[in-house]
Design a binder for this molecule. Structure first.
Ligand code: GUN
Ligand code: ZN
Length: 438
């Protein structure tokens, strides 16, 4: 099955802060050719169509196709927690998040919310996410079932938490190990699904449980590890009181063998120089969640500092602490956080981060994040004219950079005309994608 898509095309080969114009390919009138869910060809539409006049084409002229957006930190059971008023992290967890996560003991509820959640990701052009479930294995079962059903490349894990949380959300070190192991055996590399060992954070795990998380990472060396770190100052102080022997917050995870290039630590707003060095030495990465950090009053992560320290980082929504599923909106807020830290985030860098950069941080750049030939065909079709204001602003913009910047600052789910996963359309905003013979 072969299918071509005609539109402007943009994808990255490397970091535009480093390689400038050599870091990306932009084709004003491009053609993306997909065969059996993989990228088969990419080039100027007129050239490719002259050579292959029989290619079936879906015409998105006037739009921009980019690789599917990637979100490296999000909680699927927190859809309904989004926009809960008035608290910072620890009270927000106790008052809003934990009572909601309780509902996911019910597999029927988990299945319903998994479907909603995936649809919402696709509506926003996001095709891959690193996802927290709840403590209930059934929540992850529901998520993978839904994601596998859509053939989406998703990474998810059952939360491990055995203290400092309500009884109804606590497992034990042993049960969390057994449940996680069973989920890994069933789902890791099933179709496009991947597993992440998921201790919630140091506050809600005993040393015994963190040791079990480390054991899982050792027994299954290619699974991911996701958790939270240094999001909020009260949290950091609480961790220090629970682990008085630790050098700092990251050292808690380090002691249990949880660091490495597949380990993603959400937030990292209040890290010390020693922690930066340990991130660098182990290849662990920070997931930057600007809408969440602003909403929960956690602080302003300085990604320029991370770059200086050669700490790998990615960008994420962190719904439901985060306030939007949209990676465009997330990049908008990232820009503002960077402004407050004294530097201007370039729109090309932003889109690099949300595609290839995030893929690299998940070690998935050989599969997703760009249109390299043979990559999985996940992509989003962006509409520069989706609102009167966007249309006006675009008409006044001349350079690619200006056009992309106003897309980031003004865009959200309305700007996503369509989303494709492994070559299949999973979101069609207007229901009018037309397959035309050239
Ligand atoms: N730290 C521990 N759990 C959570 C969570 O669910 N959301 C956020 N933002 N931080 C956390
Ligand atoms: Zn989170």
């Amino acid at each position: 099955m072969i299918q071509a898509y005609r539109a402007a095309l943009l994808h990255f080969h490397s970091d535009p802060d480093v390689d400038g114009e050599n870091a990306y390919t932009f084709l004003e009138d491009g053609l993306l050719v997909i065969e059996n869910g993989l990228v088969k060809a990419l080039g100027d539409a007129s050239t490719l169509l002259a050579a292959s006049p029989d290619l079936p084409v879906i015409d998105y002229s006037g739009h921009l196709i980019i690789p599917g957006l990637i979100d490296t930190h999000i909680h699927f059971p927190q859809v309904e927690v989004i926009a809960s008023h008035g608290e910072q992290l620890l009270d927000w967890l106790n008052n809003y998040t934990f009572p909601t996560e309780r509902k996911f003991a019910d597999p029927g509820y988990a299945a319903e919310m998994a479907t909603f959640f995936l649809d919402e990701l696709f509506r926003n052009g996001t095709t891959t996410a690193l996802v927290f479930g709840t403590v209930h294995a059934a929540s992850v079962e529901a998520f993978f079932t839904a994601s596998h059903g859509k053939n989406a490349r998703m990474i998810c894990g059952k939360v491990m938490m055995d203290r400092n949380a309500p009884d109804f959300l606590c497992d034990t070190a042993e049960s969390s190990y057994q449940d996680s192991k069973a989920l890994i055996e069933k789902w890791h590399h099933t179709g496009r699904q991947l597993y992440a060992v998921t201790p919630r954070f140091a506050i809600t795990s005993t040393p015994e449980q963190l040791a079990k998380a480390g054991q899982l990472c050792e027994e299954y060396p290619d699974v991911y590890l996701q958790t939270h770190i240094s999001e909020n100052k009260d949290e950091v102080a609480f961790v220090q009181s629970l682990f008085p022997e630790s050098k700092d917050y990251l050292d808690v995870y380090d002691q249990f063998g949880l660091l490495g290039p597949r380990s993603v630590f959400a937030h990292g707003v209040h890290l010390t120089p020693r922690e930066h060095a340990r991130f660098r030495e182990t290849g662990s990465s920070v997931s930057f969640c600007p809408t969440s950090n602003l909403f929960l009053g956690s602080g302003l992560l300085d990604i320029a500092k991370l770059e200086q320290e050669k700490v790998t980082y990615s960008v994420a929504t962190d719904v439901g602490g985060g306030t939007s599923f949209s990676m465009l909106h997330t990049l908008n807020e990232a820009y503002k956080v960077c402004q407050l830290n004294g530097h201007a985030l370039c729109p090309l860098k932003s889109l690099y981060l949300a595609t290839l950069g995030n893929a690299k941080s998940l070690q998935l750049e050989d599969k997703i994040g760009s249109f390299n030939l043979g990559n999985e065909a996940d992509f989003a079709v962006l509409d520069f004219n989706c609102t009167p204001l966007m249309r006006l602003k675009q008409s006044k913009s001349t350079t690619l950079k200006e056009k992309l910047f106003s897309m980031i600052i003004l865009g959200d789910d309305r700007a996503i005309k369509a989303t494709y996963v492994a070559g299949d359309c999973v979101h069609d905003r207007d229901g009018d994608a037309k397959n035309t013979k050239n």
